[in-house]
Design a protein around this ligand. Structure first.
Ligand SMILES: NC(=O)c1ccc[n+]([C@@H]2O[C@H](COP(=O)([O-])OP(=O)(O)OC[C@H]3O[C@@H](n4cnc5c(N)ncnc54)[C@H](OP(=O)(O)O)[C@@H]3O)[C@@H](O)[C@H]2O)c1
Length: 331
């Protein structure tokens, strides 16, 4: 049995991606086989396509260890391996594939039942459920700083996958949210629930009079010195990237050495994916979190999706529609 997949056998540009037939995987004990309907291309996938030195230690020194990339998936459970008790064939599920095995940019993917997978909220289209990656990194920061009512947070880069997730999840936690975006994304930021929106094209965002408990720099471009003046005494700066010229790195190290926790890149706790997908399912079902879809591509044109994501200009997510939704599901 074979399936179609986006196959990557060498590091480089999106031109190295081939759409071809590969063996269809079979679920191991504790795994389910998911027929993928929607996947995505995100910044992590692009980083895996052309990793820096540290990334190569994780993904493979000379060439990618796995041949099929892709974290986010949404689809239907086709088969359950021995020992699976919580999921069954026919369940509509979403989540993230492990980077230690082949990913979701294919017609089928195997996922551990105890991993980042959950049943989709009813009436959600598959493409609306490939949202985990950005939300996962956003949520780890908000959780680490226990963002909640009475707190003011500024999200820099609120139109990106992580930033747009941070706005929605911080609002759901009851915080007062200020979003910093380009002019073209101001309405979008308001639609996500931001209380205040600052246009970084029209003004210097770092000169606004408000002060914040947390500044969440979600695109790695703002610079710490500019953000520092926006912090209340005791306020925290968190980032998702190493920042311009990597200058967040020494600051993170200094924060860790002194224990002041002022600057950090909060990473999700190991093994937290299963609880996280269940949490996100509840937020989506409650109408507190929605997908922000920028573009859609079929699997056959996935190289174009990679090229677009590499520009750093996408808003929210870029969807890969792998298979059409089954006709019996009314959306
Ligand atoms: N910590 C981790 O493990 C982890 C995981 C995934 C990603 N990351 C990193 O986190 C960062 C964000 O990832 P993402 O997927 O959320 O990015 P993304 O979706 O690609 O972000 C793109 C958005 O950023 C906006 N943007 C671009 N330049 C900007 C600027 N100078 N100021 C403000 N906004 C700007 C763009 O809109 P405009 O150009 O119109 O403003 C666009 O909407 C990336 O650097 C990525 O490598 C880290």
């Amino acid at each position: 049995m074979v399936m179609q997949a986006a196959v990557i056998t060498r590091y480089g540009s999106p031109e190295s991606i081939e759409i071809r037939d590969v063996p269809k995987p079979a679920p191991a004990p504790g795994e389910v086989l998911v027929r993928v309907h929607a996947a995505s291309v995100n910044r992590t996938d692009c980083g895996e396509l052309w990793p820096r030195v540290l990334g190569r230690l994780v993904f493979g020194l000379l060439r990618p260890r796995r041949k099929i990339f892709g974290m986010d998936f949404a689809g239907v459970v086709e088969a359950a391996g021995p020992g699976v008790i919580g999921l069954k064939p026919g369940d509509r599920v979403f989540g993230m594939a492990s980077f230690r095995a082949n990913g979701a940019q294919a017609e089928y993917v195997c996922v551990a039942e105890t991993g980042p997978i959950a049943v989709m909220p009813a009436n959600l289209a598959f493409e609306q459920a490939v949202v985990c990656e950005g939300a996962y990194y956003a949520n780890s920061g908000l959780t680490q700083f226990d963002i909640g009512p009475g707190q003011k947070i500024l999200v820099y880069g609120a139109s990106g996958a992580i930033g747009s997730s941070a706005v929605q999840l911080a609002k759901a936690r009851g915080a007062e949210v200020t979003a910093v975006v380009a002019t073209r994304h101001m309405d979008l930021a308001r639609s996500l629930g931001a209380d205040h929106v600052v246009d970084y094209i029209a003004q210097d965002f770092s000169r606004i009079p408000e002060r914040f408990d947390v500044v969440f720099e979600s695109v790695g471009k703002a610079g710490y010195l500019r953000c520092r003046r926006l912090l209340k005494p005791g306020g925290r700066f968190m980032a998702t990237d190493i920042g311009p010229w990597g200058h967040y790195l020494p600051l993170i190290a200094w924060s860790a050495i002194t224990g002041n926790g002022k600057v950090s890149v909060p990473l999700p706790a190991r093994g937290s994916g299963h609880v996280f997908t269940a949490f996100l399912r509840e937020r989506m079902a409650a109408g507190q979190f929605r997908a922000l879809i920028d573009r859609r591509y079929p699997l056959s044109r996935i190289a174009e999706a990679y090229r677009y994501v590499e520009t750093g200009q996408k808003a929210g997510i870029v969807v890969i529609n792998v298979a059409p939704a089954p006709p019996q599901i009314g959306i």
